[in-house]
Design a binder for this molecule. Structure first.
Ligand SMILES: [Zn+2]
Length: 388
C-alpha cells in the first residue's frame, strides 16, 4: 500500500513499469522480454529496476532500492542480475560466450528467488550466438527471466523474437530527461563540468534520450558535432563537388576530428541511461584501450590537434552513428516546423516530403553502419542520397 510507484532508479516509462509490476505481482512475468527502443532512453536502467523488483523482499514486485539486495543490484554486484555483452563495443557477441551464458542460467537463481539475465545489446547477437542461446531462453528454469535489450528489432533472429514478449520503451519527457541527466551528472561529474547552456542543448539534442544527452556532455564537445553536421548539410546540398572535395575540405577535416574524438568518449554500444550511467572514467578507458601505442595514451587535449592521425574503423562507425543521431534530431525538428539545430543554408528549409525522405535515408544508413566495412564510403553515399 505504501510501496513506491516505480522501480529503483527508473524515471518515466510509467505504462511499462505498470504492466511489469502487474505481471510480477501475479507471478506471471514472461520468461523472456525484449526491450526495444531508441538509444539512451534507459532500457538498461529499466532492466536493472526490474531485477530489483524481482528479487527485493522488502517491496516485492517493485523493489525498495534500499535493502541489501537492491543496493547490490544497483551497484552491479548481485549474482542474480547477470549480463551478457560483447567483448568490446560494436563487436558481435561470440557464440561460445553465449553458450556459456546460457549454460550458467541452468544453475540460477543463485541467491534470490528469481534471476534476471540481461543481454545488452542483443543487437550484437549474430546467427551463431543467437542460436546458442535459443534453448536457454526457450526453457529457462523456474524463476529465471531473460531480458534482451535492442535498438533495432530488425536485426534479431526471428526464432528468438518469437519466444519473447516485445516491450517498447519510448523517449522520456523533457522533464524526466532533465532529472535523469542532472542526477547522473551529480553522481559522476564530468571534467570539466558542463555549464547550464551545454546541458540545455544536450537535452534538446537528445530528443528525450538522457543517455544520448550524457554522451554529448561527457564528450564535452557539442560544437564539434554541430560543426560536422553543418559541413555535411552543405556538402550534400552541393552534391559530388562538395562531397569529393578532398581530405582538406572542411567536411572531412570535421569528420576526422569527430571520429578521433570517439577515442576518449565512453563508447556506447548501449548507453546506460539513468542514475548509474558510466562505469569507467573516459580517461582510464582510453589509457587501457590504447596501451600498445604510447602516442595515443594522452589526455583529451591531444585529440584536438591530432587531425593528421587516422581514425580507426571502430571510431568511424561510432562517429557515423552519432552523426546520424544528430542529423535525425535536426531533421525531425524541421519536420515539426522548427529551425532545427541551426538555420538552413540560404535560409530555405527543405519541403516536408524531402525532409521525410532524408529521415528514411538516415535511418537506413544508421541501421547498416555495423555491417559496412568501409564507413567513409557509406557516409559519402549517404551524403549523395541526401542531396537528391
Ligand atoms: Zn529492496
Amino acid at each position: 500500500m505504501h510501496a513506491p510507484a516505480h522501480f529503483p532508479g527508473v524515471l518515466g516509462h510509467e505504462e511499462i513499469q505498470g504492466l511489469l509490476r502487474d505481471a510480477l505481482s501475479r507471478g506471471r512475468l514472461h520468461h523472456a522480454l525484449i526491450l526495444a527502443g531508441p538509444r539512451g532512453v534507459g532500457k538498461a536502467t529499466l532492466a536493472r529496476g526490474l531485477a530489483c523488483a524481482l528479487t527485493c523482499e522488502v517491496s516485492p514486485a517493485v523493489g525498495c532500492g534500499a535493502c541489501t539486495s537492491c543496493r547490490r543490484i544497483l551497484r552491479g554486484q548481485h549474482p542474480d542480475h547477470a549480463s551478457l555483452a560483447p567483448e568490446s563495443p560494436g563487436a558481435p557477441i561470440k557464440a561460445d560466450s553465449a553458450r556459456l551464458f546460457g549454460l550458467d542460467r541452468a544453475h540460477a537463481p543463485f541467491e534470490a528467488r528469481s534471476h534476471l539475465a540481461v543481454i545488452d545489446p542483443a543487437d550484437a547477437l549474430n546467427h551463431a550466438s543467437a542460436n546458442a542461446l535459443l534453448k536457454a531462453i526457450e526453457e529457462p528454469r523456474a524463476g529465471v527471466h531473460f531480458v534482451l535489450v535492442v535498438h533495432s528489432l530488425a536485426r534479431l533472429l526471428d526464432t528468438l523474437k518469437s519466444r519473447c514478449l516485445v516491450v517498447n520503451p519510448g523517449v522520456l519527457s523533457a522533464d524526466h530527461t532533465r532529472r535523469v541527466v542532472t542526477q547522473a551528472l551529480a553522481d559522476q561529474p564530468p571534467n570539466p563540468p558542463p555549464d547550464a547552456n551545454e546541458i540545455d542543448l544536450a537535452i534538446q539534442l537528445s530528443g528525450g534520450a538522457p543517455g544520448v544527452a550524457l554522451e554529448f556532455l561527457r564528450d564535452g564537445n557539442l560544437s564539434l558535432w554541430l560543426g560536422l553536421l553543418s559541413a555535411c548539410v552543405e556538402a550534400s546540398d552541393a552534391g559530388p563537388r562538395g562531397i569529393f572535395a578532398g581530405e582538406r575540405a572542411p567536411l572531412w577535416q570535421h569528420w576526422q576530428r569527430a571520429a578521433l574524438s570517439m577515442e576518449i568518449v565512453d563508447p556506447v554500444g548501449a548507453p546506460k541511461a539513468g542514475a548509474t550511467v558510466t562505469k569507467i572514467p573516459a580517461r582510464a578507458r582510453s589509457t587501457k584501450k590504447t596501451k600498445a601505442s604510447a602516442k595515443k595514451t594522452t589526455s583529451s587535449s591531444s585529440s584536438k590537434k591530432a587531425s593528421s592521425k587516422k581514425a580507426s574503423a571502430k571510431q568511424q562507425r561510432m562517429a557515423a552513428r552519432r552523426l546520424a543521431d544528430v542529423w535525425l534530431i535536426h531533421l525531425r525538428s524541421q519536420l515539426a516546423g522548427g529551425r532545427g539545430l541551426f538555420d538552413p543554408p540560404g535560409g530555405h528549409p527543405n519541403a516536408a516530403p524531402r525532409l521525410a525522405r532524408q529521415v528514411q535515408t538516415l535511418l537506413r544508413f544508421r541501421d547498416r553502419i555495423s555491417a559496412n566495412l568501409n564507413v567513409r564510403m557509406s557516409v559519402e553515399q549517404t551524403l549523395l542520397d541526401l542531396g537528391r
